[in-house]
Design a binder for this molecule. Structure first.
Ligand SMILES: Nc1ncnc2c1ncn2[C@@H]1O[C@H](COP(=O)(O)OP(=O)(O)O)[C@@H](O)[C@H]1O
Ligand SMILES: [Mg+2]
Length: 217
């Protein structure tokens, strides 16, 4: 369970999140929508422990992230969370396949079935012909799909995705969303996604609207 309590965050004196509270239970599939600039990416980064709020706190299963050392937080993130950044953050010096396996390797999560699961994910998102390439040789949509595989391959308990279909055509969008529905329903993975698309949001079973740094409706 991920809980945010009264999260406040400012950049250069301007408040971007103005007291956001929410709880996401294990196994939920939650969509977050809101205008550009409403603080969605900032909120996801804070929920994932990549960014520290100025006020309030985030708890994972009751443990405040602020109580953890940087090393413990890293260990927790890299074993329990898959995160797809809005702008992907692939490692430019690593080939696609090594990018996909990097967090799993760092988190010590490469298991007996990792290779098989990687192949399955790569097939589902049609990335097999790109495994030996570098991120700079890929389109935006291809980078996005690589980032999604990277987030899912070690079967994290929770996956957080920032506009995961923003660079995809509708066919590939359908494949990605079917995959997210599959991991949610069949593996019990908690899914938290930000999207601008009503159709993509509808895959979630709960919708949270963010407006001007606050949850509304
Ligand atoms: N690292 C940063 N430094 C300064 N301002 C930022 C930074 N990140 C985001 N912002 C600002 O905070 C606001 C919310 O950004 P963001 O969380 O990315 O919104 P969204 O994802 O909803 O579009 C925007 O006005 C953006 O310009
Ligand atoms: Mg954003």
């Amino acid at each position: 369970m991920i809980t945010a309590e009264n999260i406040v965050k400012s950049y250069h004196g301007e408040q971007v999140l103005k007291g956001v509270s929410l709880t996401v239970e294990d196994g939920e599939f939650v969509s977050i929508m809101g205008e550009s600039g409403s603080g969605k990416s900032t909120l996801l980064s804070i929920l994932g422990g990549f960014l520290t709020p100025d006020g309030g706190r985030v708890l994972w299963d009751g443990t405040p992230l602020s109580s953890l050392t940087e090393a413990r937080l890293f260990a927790l993130r890299s074993t329990r969370l898959g995160f797809v950044f809005q702008f992907f953050r692939l490692v430019p010096t690593l080939r696609v396949r090594d990018n996909m396996l990097l967090p799993a390797t760092l988190g010590g999560r490469v298991g007996a079935d990792t290779e098989d699961y990687l192949s399955e994910l790569v097939d589902r998102l049609q990335l097999g012909h790109l495994l030996g390439k570098y991120p700079t040789e890929l389109s935006g949509g291809q980078c996005q799909r690589v980032a999604i595989v990277r987030a899912l391959v070690y079967r994290p308990e929770t996956v957080i995705l920032d506009e995961p279909t923003g660079a995809l055509d509708s066919g590939m969008e359908g494949r990605v969303m079917a995959l997210l529905r599959h991991v949610n329903e069949k593996e019990g993975t908690t899914v938290i996604q930000v999207t601008h698309s009503q159709a993509v949001a509808a895959y979630g079973r709960r919708l949270i609207r963010l407006s001007d740094g606050e949850i509304c409706g």
